[in-house]
Write a protein that binds this ligand. Structure first.
Ligand SMILES: NC(=O)CCC(=O)C(=O)O
Length: 328
């Protein structure tokens, strides 16, 4: 878990709570831990203080030209910042076409400092003083490829790196068939990161379909779940908004998604419709499939209000079920 930049007091509290949430995956200790975990409520990590955040979801047009895509990302971040956004989000796989043919050739080694896309994100975050959830790019690391999201502070410091945990492998005959696992490897950890724009839980696209990941982030005190994503014209109209509302209402927090704009020439037709949803399931802002920036005002006091009105977290029946967080 990336705890990011916490004040020392908050940090101590969180680390202590996080330790209590930690369950060893070793077989020797697993059985007794599972038994204990199923009978008691997990200790929820408190959410940080409330604040208002102006969010920008940059629904960029992407092409096969990486240099052009990087320029488009920089210009979208600049525009969002000029419009007063303090938290800016880019789409999934914004530096390349969304295709297994493209991922290997567009991949960059971030850890080796050989990533023009990451360098551009850091520079843009710092230059425009915004917290940046940098969508995702194909990452090359130790001979493997990942679908990776980088989160930067407004000083341009890398706060977190989330590798897509659930790979998009589906086959809907007559609709959409895609198998990310042909080229990509799944990440091994969830990502919750403290930023100047709140505590963010990060997922990438297909990750939104797994309520357990969102619940795990909620247990860690996330205020906003951010999913850079590229749904398609088959699953998009059926599930995109529904899933965002479900994650928001189940967990009583904000959810934001950011898609690439649809490119009629691309092999994969992105759904678009970048959206922000509030903790009561209300769509705060959305759009169609065309390029543009979606803005929303998030007031994190809304979490407390909704959780007080309807105390789901206290009403859970941990004597009947529980969520085991194995990755802390
Ligand atoms: N890029 C993705 O993970 C797409 C996920 C998707 O379209 C879905 O229906 O889920």
């Amino acid at each position: 878990m990336s705890l990011g930049r916490l004040s020392s007091a908050t940090s101590g509290l969180l680390v202590q709570s996080a330790r209590k949430l930690h369950f060893s995956a070793s077989t020797a200790t697993m059985r007794s831990v599972v038994t204990a975990a199923t009978s008691a409520a997990p200790e929820l990590v408190p959410t940080p203080g409330t604040m208002k955040v102006k969010l920008a979801l940059c629904q960029m047009a992407t092409s096969a030209d990486k240099v052009e895509n990087i320029a488009a990302a920089k210009s979208a971040i600049q525009e969002a910042s000029s419009s007063g956004a303090s938290l800016v989000v880019l789409p999934e796989m914004w530096n390349c076409p969304y295709s297994n043919d493209s991922f290997p050739s567009y991949a960059e080694d971030i850890d080796a400092g050989a990533s023009p896309s990451a360098a551009a994100l850091a520079e843009a975050a710092r230059g425009h003083a915004v917290t940046l959830v940098g969508g995702s790019i194909p990452e090359r690391s130790d001979g493997k490829l990942y679908n990776t999201c980088l989160v930067y502070s407004k000083e341009g410091q890398l706060l977190a790196k989330h590798r897509k945990v659930h790979l998009f492998d589906i086959d809907i005959p007559g609709g959409v068939t895609f198998k990310e696992s042909e080229t990509l490897t799944a990440g091994q950890a969830g990502t919750v990161v403290d930023t100047d724009a709140g505590r963010l839980g990060i997922g990438i696209c297909y990750d939104i379909r797994f309520p357990e990941l969102a619940m795990m982030y909620t247990q860690r005190g996330a205020q906003l779940l951010v999913y850079p994503g590229a749904f398609n014209t088959t699953t998009g109209p059926a599930h995109w908004e529904l899933l965002q509302k479900a994650r928001a209402v189940d967990n009583q927090l904000f959810v934001a998604t950011c898609s690439p704009a649809r490119n009629p020439e691309a092999s994969y037709q992105a759904w678009g419709h970048s959206t922000a949803v509030d903790p009561f399931g209300k769509v705060l802002a959305t759009t169609d499939e065309k390029p543009g920036i979606v803005y929303a005002e998030l007031d994190y006091a809304e979490l407390e209000k909704r959780r007080t009105n309807m105390p789901l977290m206290q009403q859970k029946r941990y004597d009947l079920y529980s969520l085991l967080d194995k990755t802390l």
